[in-house]
Design a protein around this ligand. Structure first.
Ligand SMILES: Nc1nc2c(ncn2[C@@H]2O[C@H](COP(=O)(O)OP(=O)(O)O)[C@@H](O)[C@H]2O)c(=O)[nH]1
Ligand SMILES: [Mg+2]
Length: 442
């Protein structure tokens, strides 16, 4: 359980002013340090109950009037003794309180250090610890839901079960190494391989849903491309429901790409407006067109905006699901001909057909995010790929009757990769990477 650690302190609420600002302390001395500065109004409160107090500095001057609560370890967020001070959300006051607490023996917390301690004290596994960061960072309801599943331990528990299954097979293989008379005959090899198959399938399922989970968290990138003056910026503004991009009758108005975020049906959609494709007339426009190509390459979905009344049309596009937006139909243009493929007749000027464009994006974006797995962070993919490699090699080795040493080696690699994902004996560098991305006070 809790090793002896120094007491850390940080402001837990966002920077800036608010009705309430919360300061958090964690460590063996948390209560002792806080108590030195608290003058209770009435009796000091019981554990996990708020009490009213004045916070005084070393000279006895009142800094703030606040509510204070203590959570004794190990039943606290970090597993250590924790104190929270709920004062007024003024950064000057809060920083002064933190400075006083540091003067009395606390140390400023590093980013993510409270959650890191929760992990180090065994309150949560590593997948749950990083879920805290994901939950705080989530920008759509769907992303938050995924982070909550991670926080609830769904991935960690699933991985631990897979690991046990591998360890059981590994034990039998190790026995064959230690006791040659227990060698693995072809039937035995097939039987062990069959036990690994469902483990391999589950890892494959988690990996298969990773890309969808990334779409859920990062959003689906929808890039508007097309010739100059087709109406891309007008449509971009319509979809965002705000006048973001500059629209003019002049060709080549948009030179840089613009990005806007919307949340539709639980999926974050990142709309990107680009410079129209044509032979550029100036250096800035040429650079803009280069960027347009880059953006189109990075797109999940493309909206190819076409001026239905004619005008330039030639643009070469990368292979992506594409909707042709047959724009300016208010000018009496004919409907889109069949050969343009999936198309919607639209007028960015009147708004006709824009709902259909949006519906297409929503259905594609939902489809992209639909098969999400809870293995949703980049670290999960790398780890699971290592697990899959080890499992595949071990299973094939069992079927082909390779030496038990080799098979045991691969099983150990798979099993250790799982352990690393859950956070058993994690290398310092992994922890550093995960927790340094948090904000301070988390
Ligand atoms: N009549 C009509 N004009 C449009 C429509 N969409 C855009 N325009 C006009 O076409 C010109 C170019 O539009 P803009 O959005 O800047 O095109 P972009 O170069 O593709 O970004 C502007 O004068 C717009 O007002 C439309 O649906 N109908
Ligand atoms: Mg434009």
């Amino acid at each position: 359980m809790g090793l002896e650690r120094d007491t850390i302190v940080a402001i837990a609420t966002p920077a800036g002013r608010g009705a309430v600002g919360i300061i958090r302390l964690s460590g063996d001395q948390a209560v002792a340090i806080a108590t030195r500065h608290l003058v209770w109004r009435g009796a000091s409160p019981a554990a996990r109950q708020l009490g009213r107090a004045r916070f005084v500095d070393g000279a006895g001057e009142v800094v703030d009037e606040l509510l204070a609560v203590r959570f004794p370890g190990p039943a606290s967020y970090t597993g250590e003794s924790v104190v929270e001070l709920h004062g007024h959300g003024n950064p000057l006051l809060m920083e002064r309180i933190v400075a006083e607490l540091v003067r009395s023996g606390a140390r400023l917390a590093r980013p993510g250090e409270f959650t890191e301690r929760a992990f180090l004290n065994g309150k949560v596994d590593l997948t749950q610890a990083e879920a805290v960061g994901a939950l705080i960072a989530a920008r759509s309801e769907g992303a938050a839901r995924l982070a909550r599943r991670l926080l609830a331990g769904e991935l960690g528990a699933g991985l631990a079960a897979l690991r046990e299954a591998i360890v059981a097979v590994e034990a039998e293989v190790e026995a064959a190494i230690d006791f040659p008379e227990e060698e693995i005959d072809p039937a035995g090899g097939a039987r062990l391989a069959a036990r690994l198959a469902p483990v391999e399938a589950e890892v494959a399922r988690l990996l298969a849903g990773h890309a969808a989970a990334r779409h859920r968290i990062d959003g689906v990138r929808v890039v508007l491309v097309g010739a100059v003056n087709a109406g891309k910026s007008s449509l971009f503004n319509r979809l965002l429901e705000e006048e973001r991009a500059i629209v003019t009758p002049e060709a080549g108005t948009t030179r840089d790409y613009l990005e806007g975020r919307v949340e539709w049906a639980g999926v974050e959609v990142r709309l990107v407006d680009t410079a129209g494709m044509r032979e550029a007339t100036g250096a800035a426009e040429r650079a803009g067109i280069e960027r347009s190509r880059g953006e189109a390459e990075g797109a999940d979905l493309l909206l190819h905006v076409v001026d239905a009344t004619g005008g330039p049309r030639a643009v070469s596009l990368p292979e992506r699901p594409t909707l042709v937006v047959w724009n300016k139909v208010d000018l009496g243009a004919p409907p889109p001909p069949a050969e343009v493929g999936e198309a919607v007749a639209c007028s960015a000027r009147t708004g006709a057909g824009v709902a259909s464009v949006r519906a297409w994006i929503v259905s594609r974006a939902q489809a992209a995010a639909a098969d999400e797995s809870v293995a949703c962070l980049p670290r999960h993919r790398l780890g699971l790929e290592a697990v899959a490699r080890g499992l595949r090699a071990a299973r094939q080795g069992l079927i082909q009757g390779l030496s038990p040493e080799l098979i045991a080696f691969e099983l150990r690699a798979a099993q250790e990769a799982l352990g690393e994902l859950i956070g058993e004996r994690p290398p310092e560098a992994v922890l550093e990477q995960i927790f340094s991305r948090f904000c301070i006070g988390k």
